[in-house]
Design a protein around this ligand. Sequence first.
Ligand code: HEM
Length: 460
Amino acid sequence: MGEHDTPGAAGHSEADVSPQTNAPTADAAPAEQTHAEQAHGVSRRGLFGLLGAGAAGLAVGGAGGAAAAAAIAGGGASGGGSEASVYDFYGTHQAGITTPVQDRLHFAAFDVSDMLDRDGLKGLLADWTAAAARLTQGLEVEEGGAVGGSDYAPPVDTGEALGLHASGLTITFGFGPTLFTTADGTDRFGLAARRPPLLEPLPRFQGDALVPQLTGGDLAIQACADDPQVAVHAIRNLSRIAFGRATLRWSQLGFGRTSSTSTAQATPRNLFGFKDGTANLKVEQHDLVDEQVWVGASDEPAWLAGGSYLVTRRIRMIIENWDRVQLGEQEMLVGRSKGSGAPLSGGGEFTEPDFEAEGPTGAPLIDVNAHVRLAHPTMNGGTRMLRRGYNFVDGNDELGRLDAGLFFIAYQRSPQQFIDVQRSLASDGLNEYLKHVGSAIFAVPGGVKKGEFVGQALFA
Ligand code: HEM
Protein backbone atom coordinates (compact mmCIF):
# COMPACT_ATOMS: atom_id res chain seq x y z
CA MET A 1 0.00 0.00 0.00
CA GLY A 2 1.28 3.49 -0.85
CA GLU A 3 2.29 5.61 2.11
CA HIS A 4 -0.23 8.28 1.21
CA ASP A 5 -3.09 5.93 1.89
CA THR A 6 -2.57 6.57 5.55
CA PRO A 7 -4.13 9.69 6.94
CA GLY A 8 -2.09 11.50 9.51
CA ALA A 9 -1.50 15.00 10.76
CA ALA A 10 2.17 15.27 9.79
CA GLY A 11 3.29 18.24 7.73
CA HIS A 12 0.43 20.38 8.82
CA SER A 13 1.42 23.89 9.73
CA GLU A 14 -1.10 26.22 11.29
CA ALA A 15 -3.84 23.64 10.91
CA ASP A 16 -2.45 21.11 13.37
CA VAL A 17 -5.20 19.34 15.23
CA SER A 18 -4.70 16.65 17.81
CA PRO A 19 -5.76 13.21 16.59
CA GLN A 20 -8.34 13.00 19.36
CA THR A 21 -10.21 15.97 17.94
CA ASN A 22 -10.39 14.19 14.56
CA ALA A 23 -12.43 11.40 15.99
CA PRO A 24 -16.14 11.91 15.52
CA THR A 25 -18.25 11.67 18.62
CA ALA A 26 -20.23 8.50 19.10
CA ASP A 27 -23.31 10.42 17.91
CA ALA A 28 -21.65 11.15 14.59
CA ALA A 29 -20.82 7.51 13.91
CA PRO A 30 -22.83 6.19 10.96
CA ALA A 31 -25.63 3.80 11.79
CA GLU A 32 -24.64 1.51 8.93
CA GLN A 33 -21.87 -1.04 9.32
CA THR A 34 -18.79 -0.90 7.12
CA HIS A 35 -17.45 -3.91 5.29
CA ALA A 36 -14.69 -4.23 7.90
CA GLU A 37 -17.18 -4.03 10.73
CA GLN A 38 -19.33 -6.74 9.21
CA ALA A 39 -16.31 -8.88 8.48
CA HIS A 40 -14.67 -8.49 11.86
CA GLY A 41 -17.65 -7.77 14.04
CA VAL A 42 -16.12 -4.54 15.35
CA SER A 43 -18.26 -1.43 15.22
CA ARG A 44 -16.70 2.02 14.84
CA ARG A 45 -18.16 2.89 18.22
CA GLY A 46 -16.42 -0.21 19.60
CA LEU A 47 -13.15 0.85 18.02
CA PHE A 48 -13.26 4.20 19.76
CA GLY A 49 -13.87 2.55 23.07
CA LEU A 50 -11.06 0.14 22.39
CA LEU A 51 -8.49 2.64 21.19
CA GLY A 52 -9.46 5.83 22.95
CA ALA A 53 -6.81 8.54 22.92
CA GLY A 54 -4.12 6.09 21.82
CA ALA A 55 -5.64 5.91 18.36
CA ALA A 56 -3.04 8.28 16.92
CA GLY A 57 -0.41 5.60 17.19
CA LEU A 58 -2.23 3.59 14.55
CA ALA A 59 -1.99 6.27 11.94
CA VAL A 60 1.21 5.08 10.30
CA GLY A 61 2.09 1.85 8.53
CA GLY A 62 0.30 -1.40 7.98
CA ALA A 63 -3.04 -2.10 6.39
CA GLY A 64 -4.73 -2.64 9.71
CA GLY A 65 -3.40 0.65 10.97
CA ALA A 66 -4.57 2.46 7.88
CA ALA A 67 -8.01 0.91 8.00
CA ALA A 68 -8.42 1.68 11.67
CA ALA A 69 -7.06 5.19 11.24
CA ALA A 70 -9.43 5.81 8.35
CA ALA A 71 -12.31 4.58 10.49
CA ILE A 72 -11.23 6.87 13.28
CA ALA A 73 -10.80 9.84 10.97
CA GLY A 74 -14.15 9.06 9.40
CA GLY A 75 -16.52 11.79 10.46
CA GLY A 76 -20.08 12.33 9.37
CA ALA A 77 -22.52 9.97 7.81
CA SER A 78 -20.42 9.32 4.74
CA GLY A 79 -17.61 7.77 6.75
CA GLY A 80 -15.02 9.70 4.73
CA GLY A 81 -11.91 11.32 6.16
CA SER A 82 -11.85 14.41 8.32
CA GLU A 83 -10.71 17.96 7.70
CA ALA A 84 -7.45 17.24 9.53
CA SER A 85 -6.49 14.26 7.31
CA VAL A 86 -3.27 14.82 5.39
CA TYR A 87 -1.99 12.48 2.71
CA ASP A 88 1.60 12.38 1.47
CA PHE A 89 2.01 13.78 -2.01
CA TYR A 90 5.13 11.70 -2.71
CA GLY A 91 5.07 7.91 -2.90
CA THR A 92 5.12 4.82 -5.11
CA HIS A 93 1.74 5.68 -6.62
CA GLN A 94 -0.03 9.00 -6.95
CA ALA A 95 -2.41 9.67 -4.10
CA GLY A 96 -6.12 9.94 -4.87
CA ILE A 97 -6.54 6.45 -6.31
CA THR A 98 -6.59 3.93 -3.48
CA THR A 99 -6.76 6.71 -0.88
CA PRO A 100 -10.06 6.34 1.06
CA VAL A 101 -12.46 8.32 -1.12
CA GLN A 102 -12.97 11.85 0.15
CA ASP A 103 -16.40 13.42 0.09
CA ARG A 104 -15.83 16.12 -2.56
CA LEU A 105 -14.38 16.36 -6.03
CA HIS A 106 -13.21 19.03 -8.40
CA PHE A 107 -12.01 17.48 -11.62
CA ALA A 108 -10.49 19.45 -14.50
CA ALA A 109 -9.39 18.58 -18.02
CA PHE A 110 -7.04 20.96 -19.80
CA ASP A 111 -5.92 21.61 -23.36
CA VAL A 112 -2.29 22.59 -23.71
CA SER A 113 -1.64 25.83 -25.61
CA ASP A 114 -0.33 25.47 -29.16
CA MET A 115 2.35 27.98 -28.18
CA LEU A 116 3.91 25.59 -25.66
CA ASP A 117 6.94 23.49 -26.60
CA ARG A 118 8.40 20.42 -24.90
CA ASP A 119 10.38 22.40 -22.33
CA GLY A 120 7.34 24.55 -21.67
CA LEU A 121 5.27 21.44 -20.97
CA LYS A 122 7.93 20.13 -18.58
CA GLY A 123 7.96 23.53 -16.87
CA LEU A 124 4.19 23.44 -16.43
CA LEU A 125 4.32 19.94 -14.90
CA ALA A 126 7.15 21.03 -12.59
CA ASP A 127 5.18 24.09 -11.45
CA TRP A 128 2.05 22.00 -10.91
CA THR A 129 4.03 19.42 -8.95
CA ALA A 130 5.57 22.04 -6.65
CA ALA A 131 2.17 23.61 -5.96
CA ALA A 132 0.40 20.26 -5.46
CA ALA A 133 3.09 19.09 -3.01
CA ARG A 134 2.30 22.12 -0.84
CA LEU A 135 -1.47 22.33 -1.29
CA THR A 136 -1.98 18.70 -0.27
CA GLN A 137 -0.22 19.46 3.02
CA GLY A 138 -2.64 22.29 3.81
CA LEU A 139 -0.16 24.98 2.71
CA GLU A 140 -0.50 27.90 0.32
CA VAL A 141 0.91 27.66 -3.21
CA GLU A 142 3.90 29.58 -1.82
CA GLU A 143 4.61 30.71 1.69
CA GLY A 144 2.85 34.03 2.28
CA GLY A 145 1.29 33.61 -1.15
CA ALA A 146 -2.13 35.08 -0.43
CA VAL A 147 -1.42 38.18 1.64
CA GLY A 148 2.33 38.22 2.35
CA GLY A 149 3.52 39.51 -1.01
CA SER A 150 3.89 42.91 -2.64
CA ASP A 151 0.95 45.30 -2.61
CA TYR A 152 1.79 45.94 -6.25
CA ALA A 153 1.62 42.34 -7.53
CA PRO A 154 -1.25 39.87 -7.75
CA PRO A 155 -1.04 37.33 -4.90
CA VAL A 156 0.41 33.95 -5.94
CA ASP A 157 -2.25 32.13 -3.90
CA THR A 158 -5.88 33.10 -4.34
CA GLY A 159 -6.52 32.96 -0.60
CA GLU A 160 -9.88 31.23 -0.18
CA ALA A 161 -8.27 28.30 1.64
CA LEU A 162 -6.53 30.48 4.24
CA GLY A 163 -7.34 29.06 7.65
CA LEU A 164 -8.76 25.82 6.22
CA HIS A 165 -7.23 22.42 6.93
CA ALA A 166 -5.76 20.11 4.30
CA SER A 167 -9.08 18.23 4.50
CA GLY A 168 -7.54 15.07 3.03
CA LEU A 169 -6.75 16.85 -0.26
CA THR A 170 -5.23 14.65 -2.93
CA ILE A 171 -4.20 15.89 -6.37
CA THR A 172 -3.82 13.33 -9.14
CA PHE A 173 -2.48 14.11 -12.62
CA GLY A 174 -3.19 12.33 -15.91
CA PHE A 175 -2.12 12.57 -19.57
CA GLY A 176 -4.70 12.25 -22.37
CA PRO A 177 -4.05 10.64 -25.78
CA THR A 178 -3.98 14.07 -27.46
CA LEU A 179 -0.98 15.11 -25.38
CA PHE A 180 1.03 12.56 -27.36
CA THR A 181 -0.55 13.02 -30.79
CA THR A 182 -3.28 15.48 -31.72
CA ALA A 183 -6.35 14.29 -33.61
CA ASP A 184 -4.68 15.33 -36.90
CA GLY A 185 -1.53 13.37 -36.01
CA THR A 186 0.72 16.25 -34.89
CA ASP A 187 3.46 15.33 -32.42
CA ARG A 188 3.67 18.68 -30.58
CA PHE A 189 6.08 17.65 -27.82
CA GLY A 190 8.13 14.84 -29.35
CA LEU A 191 6.13 12.36 -27.29
CA ALA A 192 4.38 10.34 -30.02
CA ALA A 193 6.81 7.44 -29.72
CA ARG A 194 6.30 7.38 -25.94
CA ARG A 195 2.54 7.08 -26.13
CA PRO A 196 1.25 4.01 -24.28
CA PRO A 197 -0.13 1.72 -27.01
CA LEU A 198 -3.29 1.23 -24.92
CA LEU A 199 -3.93 4.96 -24.56
CA GLU A 200 -6.42 5.37 -27.39
CA PRO A 201 -9.58 7.48 -27.31
CA LEU A 202 -12.37 5.22 -26.02
CA PRO A 203 -14.49 3.51 -28.69
CA ARG A 204 -18.05 4.62 -29.21
CA PHE A 205 -20.45 2.73 -26.97
CA GLN A 206 -24.10 1.98 -27.64
CA GLY A 207 -26.26 4.86 -26.42
CA ASP A 208 -23.39 7.35 -26.15
CA ALA A 209 -24.64 10.94 -26.40
CA LEU A 210 -21.27 12.57 -25.92
CA VAL A 211 -20.94 16.33 -26.01
CA PRO A 212 -17.51 17.28 -27.47
CA GLN A 213 -17.05 20.14 -24.98
CA LEU A 214 -17.40 17.64 -22.10
CA THR A 215 -15.09 15.06 -23.64
CA GLY A 216 -11.33 14.44 -23.92
CA GLY A 217 -8.48 16.69 -22.80
CA ASP A 218 -4.66 16.75 -23.01
CA LEU A 219 -4.14 16.84 -19.24
CA ALA A 220 -6.31 16.00 -16.23
CA ILE A 221 -6.25 16.98 -12.60
CA GLN A 222 -8.42 15.22 -10.05
CA ALA A 223 -8.65 17.08 -6.73
CA CYS A 224 -10.49 15.27 -3.94
CA ALA A 225 -10.99 16.63 -0.42
CA ASP A 226 -13.43 16.53 2.45
CA ASP A 227 -14.04 20.28 2.12
CA PRO A 228 -15.35 21.52 -1.27
CA GLN A 229 -13.57 24.85 -0.92
CA VAL A 230 -10.23 23.07 -0.53
CA ALA A 231 -10.78 21.04 -3.71
CA VAL A 232 -11.91 24.11 -5.65
CA HIS A 233 -8.98 26.16 -4.34
CA ALA A 234 -6.60 23.49 -5.65
CA ILE A 235 -8.04 23.43 -9.17
CA ARG A 236 -8.39 27.20 -9.28
CA ASN A 237 -4.75 27.76 -8.35
CA LEU A 238 -3.44 25.05 -10.65
CA SER A 239 -5.47 26.63 -13.49
CA ARG A 240 -4.06 30.03 -12.60
CA ILE A 241 -0.51 28.63 -12.63
CA ALA A 242 -1.23 27.21 -16.10
CA PHE A 243 -2.32 30.60 -17.46
CA GLY A 244 -1.05 31.02 -21.02
CA ARG A 245 0.17 27.40 -21.07
CA ALA A 246 -2.99 25.32 -20.69
CA THR A 247 -6.67 26.20 -20.58
CA LEU A 248 -9.59 24.46 -18.95
CA ARG A 249 -11.47 22.30 -21.45
CA TRP A 250 -14.13 21.04 -19.04
CA SER A 251 -14.45 20.59 -15.31
CA GLN A 252 -16.73 18.85 -12.86
CA LEU A 253 -17.69 19.36 -9.26
CA GLY A 254 -18.84 16.30 -7.33
CA PHE A 255 -20.29 15.57 -3.92
CA GLY A 256 -21.28 12.54 -1.85
CA ARG A 257 -18.69 10.08 -3.10
CA THR A 258 -20.42 7.17 -4.87
CA SER A 259 -17.89 4.61 -3.85
CA SER A 260 -15.72 3.37 -1.07
CA THR A 261 -12.12 2.33 -1.62
CA SER A 262 -11.46 1.01 1.88
CA THR A 263 -13.28 -1.59 3.93
CA ALA A 264 -13.24 0.96 6.77
CA GLN A 265 -15.64 3.23 4.88
CA ALA A 266 -19.41 2.83 4.99
CA THR A 267 -20.96 2.45 1.54
CA PRO A 268 -22.47 5.74 0.33
CA ARG A 269 -25.47 6.14 -1.97
CA ASN A 270 -25.82 7.47 -5.50
CA LEU A 271 -28.65 9.71 -6.72
CA PHE A 272 -30.81 6.68 -7.56
CA GLY A 273 -30.78 6.13 -3.79
CA PHE A 274 -28.84 2.85 -3.97
CA LYS A 275 -25.69 1.95 -2.09
CA ASP A 276 -22.80 2.30 -4.52
CA GLY A 277 -19.36 0.86 -3.99
CA THR A 278 -20.29 -2.36 -2.17
CA ALA A 279 -18.38 -4.67 -4.51
CA ASN A 280 -15.71 -2.11 -5.40
CA LEU A 281 -12.03 -2.98 -5.19
CA LYS A 282 -10.74 -1.97 -1.76
CA VAL A 283 -7.23 -0.87 -0.84
CA GLU A 284 -6.99 -3.77 1.59
CA GLN A 285 -7.20 -6.23 -1.34
CA HIS A 286 -3.51 -5.74 -2.10
CA ASP A 287 -3.09 -8.55 -4.60
CA LEU A 288 -6.19 -7.62 -6.57
CA VAL A 289 -5.24 -3.94 -6.58
CA ASP A 290 -1.78 -4.85 -7.92
CA GLU A 291 -3.30 -7.10 -10.53
CA GLN A 292 -6.20 -4.88 -11.63
CA VAL A 293 -5.25 -1.24 -10.95
CA TRP A 294 -1.50 -0.57 -11.22
CA VAL A 295 0.45 -0.73 -14.45
CA GLY A 296 3.12 -3.35 -13.70
CA ALA A 297 6.88 -3.05 -14.06
CA SER A 298 6.77 -5.50 -16.97
CA ASP A 299 3.89 -3.72 -18.75
CA GLU A 300 4.46 -1.29 -21.63
CA PRO A 301 5.58 1.47 -21.50
CA ALA A 302 8.11 1.37 -18.67
CA TRP A 303 7.58 5.07 -17.84
CA LEU A 304 4.00 4.30 -16.76
CA ALA A 305 4.96 1.63 -14.17
CA GLY A 306 3.16 2.25 -10.90
CA GLY A 307 0.55 4.28 -12.73
CA SER A 308 -2.93 3.47 -13.95
CA TYR A 309 -5.50 4.29 -16.64
CA LEU A 310 -8.22 6.69 -15.60
CA VAL A 311 -11.61 6.70 -17.30
CA THR A 312 -14.19 9.39 -16.56
CA ARG A 313 -17.79 9.41 -17.78
CA ARG A 314 -20.24 12.17 -17.09
CA ILE A 315 -23.48 10.16 -16.81
CA ARG A 316 -26.66 12.17 -16.66
CA MET A 317 -29.40 10.44 -14.63
CA ILE A 318 -32.96 11.07 -15.77
CA ILE A 319 -34.04 11.17 -12.18
CA GLU A 320 -37.53 12.56 -12.78
CA ASN A 321 -38.39 9.36 -14.70
CA TRP A 322 -36.56 7.18 -12.20
CA ASP A 323 -38.53 8.69 -9.33
CA ARG A 324 -41.74 7.38 -10.93
CA VAL A 325 -40.46 3.78 -11.05
CA GLN A 326 -41.81 1.31 -8.46
CA LEU A 327 -39.41 0.23 -5.75
CA GLY A 328 -39.52 -3.42 -6.83
CA GLU A 329 -38.59 -2.51 -10.39
CA GLN A 330 -35.80 -0.18 -9.25
CA GLU A 331 -34.33 -3.09 -7.28
CA MET A 332 -34.75 -5.46 -10.21
CA LEU A 333 -32.87 -3.05 -12.50
CA VAL A 334 -29.96 -2.78 -10.07
CA GLY A 335 -30.06 -6.38 -8.77
CA ARG A 336 -29.75 -5.32 -5.14
CA SER A 337 -32.07 -4.29 -2.33
CA LYS A 338 -32.41 -0.52 -2.05
CA GLY A 339 -32.36 -0.51 1.74
CA SER A 340 -29.59 -2.90 2.68
CA GLY A 341 -27.68 -3.14 -0.57
CA ALA A 342 -27.86 -6.95 -0.37
CA PRO A 343 -28.02 -8.87 -3.66
CA LEU A 344 -31.56 -9.99 -4.56
CA SER A 345 -30.33 -13.59 -4.29
CA GLY A 346 -30.20 -13.04 -0.51
CA GLY A 347 -27.79 -12.44 2.36
CA GLY A 348 -26.32 -9.16 3.59
CA GLU A 349 -24.74 -6.24 1.79
CA PHE A 350 -21.41 -7.98 1.29
CA THR A 351 -22.76 -11.44 0.40
CA GLU A 352 -21.64 -12.49 -3.07
CA PRO A 353 -24.54 -12.42 -5.53
CA ASP A 354 -25.78 -15.86 -6.63
CA PHE A 355 -26.67 -15.45 -10.29
CA GLU A 356 -27.98 -19.01 -10.53
CA ALA A 357 -30.56 -18.58 -7.75
CA GLU A 358 -34.15 -18.77 -8.99
CA GLY A 359 -37.45 -17.65 -7.52
CA PRO A 360 -40.64 -19.77 -7.27
CA THR A 361 -41.49 -19.14 -10.94
CA GLY A 362 -38.07 -20.30 -12.09
CA ALA A 363 -37.01 -16.77 -13.03
CA PRO A 364 -33.53 -15.71 -11.83
CA LEU A 365 -33.66 -13.72 -8.59
CA ILE A 366 -31.11 -11.35 -10.12
CA ASP A 367 -32.56 -10.34 -13.48
CA VAL A 368 -30.60 -11.15 -16.63
CA ASN A 369 -30.31 -7.43 -17.39
CA ALA A 370 -29.64 -6.27 -13.83
CA HIS A 371 -26.72 -3.85 -13.55
CA VAL A 372 -24.78 -5.90 -10.99
CA ARG A 373 -25.08 -9.09 -13.05
CA LEU A 374 -23.75 -7.44 -16.21
CA ALA A 375 -20.99 -5.54 -14.39
CA HIS A 376 -19.90 -8.48 -12.24
CA PRO A 377 -16.41 -9.96 -12.83
CA THR A 378 -17.86 -13.41 -13.58
CA MET A 379 -19.63 -11.90 -16.62
CA ASN A 380 -16.48 -10.08 -17.73
CA GLY A 381 -13.63 -12.59 -17.68
CA GLY A 382 -12.71 -11.72 -14.10
CA THR A 383 -12.23 -8.03 -14.85
CA ARG A 384 -12.41 -5.57 -11.94
CA MET A 385 -11.83 -1.84 -11.68
CA LEU A 386 -11.47 0.66 -8.89
CA ARG A 387 -14.47 2.99 -8.98
CA ARG A 388 -14.16 6.45 -7.43
CA GLY A 389 -17.10 8.45 -8.78
CA TYR A 390 -19.17 11.30 -7.37
CA ASN A 391 -22.74 12.57 -7.53
CA PHE A 392 -23.33 15.84 -9.31
CA VAL A 393 -26.19 18.31 -9.67
CA ASP A 394 -25.38 21.15 -12.05
CA GLY A 395 -28.56 23.24 -11.95
CA ASN A 396 -31.45 22.30 -14.19
CA ASP A 397 -32.34 22.16 -17.87
CA GLU A 398 -34.89 24.23 -19.79
CA LEU A 399 -37.59 21.65 -19.03
CA GLY A 400 -37.13 22.10 -15.29
CA ARG A 401 -35.34 18.76 -14.83
CA LEU A 402 -32.31 18.60 -12.57
CA ASP A 403 -29.07 18.26 -14.50
CA ALA A 404 -27.99 15.52 -12.13
CA GLY A 405 -26.07 12.30 -12.35
CA LEU A 406 -22.98 10.33 -11.62
CA PHE A 407 -19.52 11.51 -12.55
CA PHE A 408 -18.09 8.04 -13.02
CA ILE A 409 -14.37 7.64 -12.34
CA ALA A 410 -12.55 4.33 -12.65
CA TYR A 411 -8.89 3.36 -12.41
CA GLN A 412 -7.63 0.20 -14.07
CA ARG A 413 -4.43 -1.41 -15.29
CA SER A 414 -5.72 -1.45 -18.86
CA PRO A 415 -8.48 0.61 -20.54
CA GLN A 416 -9.78 -2.70 -21.88
CA GLN A 417 -11.17 -3.47 -18.42
CA PHE A 418 -13.52 -0.50 -18.63
CA ILE A 419 -14.29 -1.15 -22.29
CA ASP A 420 -15.29 -4.78 -21.62
CA VAL A 421 -17.63 -3.89 -18.74
CA GLN A 422 -19.16 -0.89 -20.53
CA ARG A 423 -19.87 -3.14 -23.55
CA SER A 424 -21.51 -5.70 -21.24
CA LEU A 425 -23.71 -2.93 -19.90
CA ALA A 426 -25.24 -2.41 -23.38
CA SER A 427 -28.34 -4.35 -22.25
CA ASP A 428 -28.34 -2.85 -18.73
CA GLY A 429 -31.93 -2.07 -17.69
CA LEU A 430 -30.65 1.12 -16.03
CA ASN A 431 -29.77 2.58 -19.45
CA GLU A 432 -33.34 3.82 -19.90
CA TYR A 433 -32.59 6.30 -17.10
CA LEU A 434 -29.01 7.19 -18.09
CA LYS A 435 -27.30 9.30 -20.72
CA HIS A 436 -23.51 9.32 -21.09
CA VAL A 437 -22.69 12.91 -22.11
CA GLY A 438 -18.98 13.24 -21.23
CA SER A 439 -16.07 10.85 -21.58
CA ALA A 440 -12.31 10.92 -21.21
CA ILE A 441 -9.32 8.66 -20.75
CA PHE A 442 -5.93 9.49 -19.25
CA ALA A 443 -2.70 7.67 -18.48
CA VAL A 444 -1.90 8.42 -14.84
CA PRO A 445 1.83 8.22 -14.19
CA GLY A 446 3.21 6.55 -11.07
CA GLY A 447 3.99 8.36 -7.86
CA VAL A 448 6.28 11.37 -7.68
CA LYS A 449 9.73 11.22 -6.06
CA LYS A 450 10.99 14.22 -4.13
CA GLY A 451 12.98 16.49 -6.44
CA GLU A 452 11.15 15.22 -9.54
CA PHE A 453 8.00 16.36 -11.29
CA VAL A 454 4.95 14.29 -12.07
CA GLY A 455 5.46 12.15 -15.17
CA GLN A 456 9.17 13.04 -15.38
CA ALA A 457 10.04 9.55 -16.63
CA LEU A 458 7.97 10.25 -19.76
CA PHE A 459 10.55 12.82 -20.85
CA ALA A 460 13.66 10.77 -20.01
C1 HEM B 1 -25.09 6.26 -13.41
C2 HEM B 1 -24.63 5.08 -13.74
C3 HEM B 1 -24.41 3.97 -12.76
C4 HEM B 1 -25.08 3.66 -11.62
C5 HEM B 1 -26.29 4.38 -11.03
C6 HEM B 1 -24.46 2.51 -11.03
C7 HEM B 1 -24.86 1.91 -9.86
C8 HEM B 1 -24.29 0.77 -9.32
C9 HEM B 1 -24.75 0.11 -8.12
C10 HEM B 1 -25.92 0.56 -7.27
C11 HEM B 1 -23.97 -0.97 -7.93
C12 HEM B 1 -24.09 -1.98 -6.80
C13 HEM B 1 -23.25 -1.69 -5.62
C14 HEM B 1 -21.78 -1.87 -5.85
O1 HEM B 1 -21.27 -2.99 -5.89
O2 HEM B 1 -21.11 -0.85 -6.01
C15 HEM B 1 -22.99 -0.98 -8.99
C16 HEM B 1 -22.01 -1.92 -9.16
C17 HEM B 1 -21.08 -1.90 -10.16
N1 HEM B 1 -21.01 -1.02 -11.21
FE1 HEM B 1 -22.24 0.52 -11.54
N2 HEM B 1 -23.40 2.13 -11.83
C18 HEM B 1 -23.34 3.00 -12.89
C19 HEM B 1 -22.44 2.99 -13.94
C20 HEM B 1 -21.45 2.06 -14.07
C21 HEM B 1 -20.49 2.04 -15.15
C22 HEM B 1 -20.44 3.02 -16.31
C23 HEM B 1 -19.68 0.99 -14.92
C24 HEM B 1 -18.48 0.50 -15.73
C25 HEM B 1 -18.45 0.47 -17.04
C26 HEM B 1 -20.10 0.36 -13.68
C27 HEM B 1 -19.50 -0.72 -13.11
C28 HEM B 1 -19.93 -1.34 -11.97
C29 HEM B 1 -19.24 -2.48 -11.38
C30 HEM B 1 -17.97 -3.13 -11.91
C31 HEM B 1 -19.99 -2.84 -10.25
C32 HEM B 1 -19.70 -4.00 -9.30
C33 HEM B 1 -20.34 -5.24 -9.80
C34 HEM B 1 -20.04 -6.39 -8.88
O3 HEM B 1 -18.88 -6.81 -8.80
O4 HEM B 1 -20.98 -6.86 -8.23
N3 HEM B 1 -21.18 1.03 -13.21
N4 HEM B 1 -23.22 0.09 -9.83
